[in-house]
Design a binder for this molecule. Sequence first.
Ligand SMILES: [Zn+2]
Length: 180
Amino acid sequence: MENLLRKEMVRARVRRDASYDGLFYVGVRTMKIYCLPSCKARLSLEENMVFFSTREKAITAGYRSCKRCKPDLYPDITPYWLNKVLDYMKNNVSQRINEKILVRVAGVDISTIRRNFKLYCRSTPIAYHRKLRLAYAKELIRKGANSNELPSQCGFKSNSGFRAAFSKEFGHSPGEVYNV
Ligand SMILES: [Zn+2]
């Protein structure tokens, strides 16, 4: 929740946006009840909304769970589709992927994917996948891969692009791995 601004959470609550469920909980100060962002119950005044990153914090602050949206029963897990996307990325480290593909794999829109990656992986989805590809490249180098074929094996178009990305990620060139 640290990455979510109050403004964004208020907006999610007002829109009853279920893609935020589990990312934060919203309490009603006057009633001491907390809800999922998607709760269909009548909205409280914005000034009475209190936000919690976890249920525990809401409970500790003396809030009871709403009988309508039952936030106490909401699974305390990362979004169901996130693991699907992460698996897909891990299984496709030899090629570049784009956000369109991720939308298809996840079955949710790209802004939801980006927001959750920021929250859970502290990165954009594409940058996260690039890291996986570079880690794979390093593994291939250690196994003695042919350096000329490396870029294409990890989804890089050019040798120079690969070398630049590799050096930025690891602080040394691909060639230096060979020498270790
Ligand atoms: Zn509720």
